[in-house]
Write a new protein. Structure first.
Length: 93
């Protein structure tokens, strides 16, 4: 999946990743969140994200694929909403 999100957009997306990580790990894990954002920024796919998440926290060893799926769903929705806002702003000009 090629992301059309800028670094600013990814920074805006970070709280959503944090909430998803909290759901899976049970607490806020900035290392996991930052790694996920970094991988998304570099264009990583679900498998790459899953493999990295597995190594970052014991609670993710068996559930990393589910967290990766959720993150990719969230980022797709977020990217679509950013695109819609940009399109509306362009129409107003």
């Amino acid at each position: 999946m090629a992301l059309a999100l800028s670094q600013k957009d990814l920074d805006g997306f970070k709280p959503y990743v944090d909430k998803a990580v909290q759901r899976f790990v049970g607490l806020s894990e900035p290392t996991v969140v930052n790694a996920a954002i970094s991988l998304l920024a570099s264009g990583a796919d679900k498998l790459q994200l899953t493999n990295k998440l597995r190594t970052l926290h014991p609670n993710l060893r068996d559930r990393a694929h589910k967290l990766s799926d959720l993150i990719f769903e969230l980022v797709t929705e977020y990217a679509q909403s950013v695109q819609q806002v940009q399109q509306k702003a362009a129409k107003k000009r």
